[in-house]
Each structure stands twice: as structure tokens, then as C-alpha cells.
Design a protein around this ligand. Structure first.
Ligand code: ZN
Length: 279
């Protein structure tokens, strides 16, 4: 009798356990699917009918509208230690790139490696703040502080990329005030999240299209991976051009979903955590 009871308990425990495992498997599958959707998020935006919305979004560039096989490489969140290796690879292959630097991380010791005819420097906020969490006034102050730092380091740039690809009216006004051009991206291979370098390479080569602006992170992508990416792009007949060159083509602007006032190129909230800040 006692034995029978025990096996009943075991059966119940086993059933409960398999239930839990089932839920976990289902949940992780869902998360993965969501990531893939997010990867293509930029394709989902439809025209925003409000006139104001139209103005807002034209200050930002997604990609070039061209059939010519050109792409731009961009590296965010530096200056970072890993950047030294990336710069070496870019110099070795004479490949142009744009570095979107975080103002508070710039120092006399790390800025010189970006001063090259091969590279374009852009601003990436003062301390990587999420502009969706700031008031218009705070955004203005953040952009003003950023502009000041770049000026002090004698970096002449008008390119600005918001952290997390967040675009809103406060930023629009700030860009207006300082005559800046917003640069977003059209291809996010998710190097900020994925550490498997093969997967990052695959995400780039399989989703590439003419005129793409590719988002990479200075502290994430390994120099050897960059080397492979450069080779694969060339194999596919792509030319890596400077950002300035891409901007001479007709460009595509991001479009806001009807009724939305803020554009998130990454899903709200979640990413900040996964980014581990930006370091
Ligand atoms: Zn960033």
C-alpha cells in the first residue's frame, strides 16, 4: 500500500517536472521568435500621417535607397579597448567605417586612434542615456553636453546616433538646434546580444541589401569576425563606403507607426539591461 502511494507521488512529481520543462522550452522558443521579429523591426514601420511626424522622421537616415551594392559599417559605444583591434583590421584592408562615440568615454589617450581619413566620427549621446526616459529639456542638455565634449576634442562632426535607436520630438528639436543629422541603421546583426561570432556573420551576410547601414558595437565584435565580414562582403560584390558617400545617394527615412510618437529601433526597456549598460 505504502509502496503504491510512493509510486503515485513519483508519477505526480514526474508529471509536474515535465510540465515545467515544457513551459520553459515553449517560452524560450517564443523569446527566440521575438528576437527574429525584432531583427526585422525596421521593415514594419508604415507612414505616419501626421505632418509633424513626417518632419520628425526625415531628420534620420536609415539606409540609402539604391541598387548599387554599397554598405556602411558603423561601430557604437566606444571608445572601447577592443576598438584598437578593429581599427587595425580596418586599416589593414583600407576599409572606411564610422565610430559613434559616447562623449563621457572620450579621453586624450583614446581619441587619436579614430583620427584618420578612413574613419568618420559621430556622436552617441553623453552617457548612453535612454532618451525615452528623459524630458525634452533633459535631452537638449544631454545633446548640448555631447556637442561640447566633441568640440573640446576638436572633433568636427554633425552625425548623431541616439542610444537604442530611440527617436522622439525632444531629440528632433535638439538636432535642429545644433544642426545635427540623425543616423540610424537598417541592419542589426545583434552583436550586442549574441556572442557566437559565426551567428553574427550569418546575420550580416543573409540580411544584407544595397545601401544598408550596418550596426556593430566596438566592445562586442571581435577583430577576427570583422575581418571575415569584410571578406564576405567583398565576395558578395559589396563595396564598403564612408558614411559621407552613402549620404550622397537618395536616403530612406524611418517611418513611424501611425499614431506613435516615439520610434524604438530596439524593443523598449529590455535592451538596456541586456546591453549591460553599454560597457
Ligand atoms: Zn549604443
Amino acid at each position: 500500500m505504502e509502496k503504491a502511494k510512493n509510486s503515485e507521488i513519483k508519477l505526480v512529481v514526474a508529471l509536474l517536472l515535465s510540465g515545467v520543462i515544457g513551459v520553459v522550452v515553449f517560452w524560450s522558443g517564443k523569446t527566440f521568435k521575438k528576437d527574429r521579429e525584432e531583427f526585422f523591426l525596421y521593415k514594419k514601420y508604415v507612414p505616419y500621417l501626421d505632418k509633424k511626424g513626417e518632419n520628425l522622421i526625415k531628420k534620420f537616415v536609415f539606409k540609402a535607397d539604391t541598387d548599387e551594392k554599397i554598405v556602411v559599417l558603423t561601430f557604437d559605444d566606444g571608445p572601447a579597448e577592443n576598438g584598437k583591434g578593429l581599427v587595425k583590421v580596418l586599416e589593414k584592408y583600407q576599409v572606411p567605417a564610422t565610430f559613434f562615440l559616447v562623449a563621457e568615454k572620450i579621453s586624450p589617450q583614446n581619441i587619436n586612434r579614430y583620427r584618420s581619413d578612413l574613419f568618420t566620427i559621430g556622436m552617441h549621446t553623453y552617457s548612453h542615456s535612454n532618451y525615452d526616459r528623459l524630458t525634452e529639456e533633459e535631452i537638449q542638455k544631454d545633446v548640448a553636453k555631447t556637442v561640447e565634449v566633441f568640440k573640446n576634442f576638436n572633433i568636427n562632426t554633425s552625425y548623431f546616433r541616439p542610444a537604442y535607436g530611440i527617436v522622439n520630438e525632444g531629440l528632433e528639436k535638439a538636432l535642429d538646434r545644433f544642426s545635427l543629422q540623425g543616423i540610424l541603421w537598417s541592419l542589426d546583426p545583434m552583436d550586442w546580444k549574441i556572442s557566437n561570432q559565426e551567428e553574427i556573420i550569418k546575420n550580416i551576410t543573409e540580411n544584407l541589401s544595397p545601401g544598408s547601414i550596418i550596426l556593430l558595437h566596438e566592445n562586442r565584435i571581435k577583430p577576427q569576425t570583422l575581418e571575415t565580414v569584410i571578406k564576405k562582403l567583398k565576395e558578395k560584390g559589396y563595396r564598403i563606403v564612408p558614411l559621407e558617400k552613402l549620404l550622397t545617394y537618395p536616403v530612406e527615412h524611418p517611418k513611424l507607426l501611425a499614431g506613435k510618437k516615439t520610434l524604438f529601433l530596439r524593443e523598449k526597456g529590455q535592451k538596456e539591461k541586456e546591453d549591460g549598460g553599454y560597457n
